[in-house]
Design a binder for this molecule. Sequence first.
Ligand code: URA
Length: 240
Amino acid sequence: MSKKERLDKILANMGYGSRKDVKRLIKDGRVKVNDNIVFNSDFKVNPYDDHILLDNDKINYRKYIYLMMNKPKGVVSSTDDPNSNTVIDMLDDKYLVYKPFPVGRLDKDTEGLLLISNDGKLAHELLSPKKRVNKKYYAEVDGYVEEDHIELFKKGITLDDGYKTLPSQLKIISSGVVSKVYLTIQEGKFHQVKRMFQSIGMKVLYLKRISMGSLVLDNDLALGQVRELTEEEISLLKNI
Ligand code: URA
């Protein structure tokens, strides 16, 4: 990212106080950019390239942000949408300076784990079909899911457009008029889970993503909540 931003915005986004607080810091001559004291809050800086000091301490602008969201229904997994609220609209302002985007998509009515980041390389790796990253879903399905289906899913399911899916792992939690299952897939075709069940004559009534690669949805995150990934979660994800 090489875009220049206002100095007060950068400092406020990094948690050095409200916009008003940081304007005061700047006015008081406590902020240097490339060894010169800057008194103008609207001075434009490139937070990655310019050397910014506050009280002579270097400001380390982080380049990447990694967020886990427990996505609720009703929001779309994109950066902007003319008709709906997006997952990005739900983020705190302090994250927006990083220009994060959802890594992969969940349908508007799907809940659960969504990684939001500005790390294009990691996103590419996680989404690359070649990497075959496991994505585990919890689903409630209209109809009896039987043991026989496990084998069928393992062999691959032919979707409505003729595409045969890679082997997937179906685990039955309970079978009934509405069955509860876990399904782990390694691809991310459009509406894939729903279409896989549709191909065997069943409708997905509820869908929630539980994990993606090593990243597991934090049970403490309520629907709509977001938290930053831990260092450990980030390094495990990068080791795919
Ligand atoms: N499969 C689906 O059908 N929908 C999702 O949101 C994710 C996987």
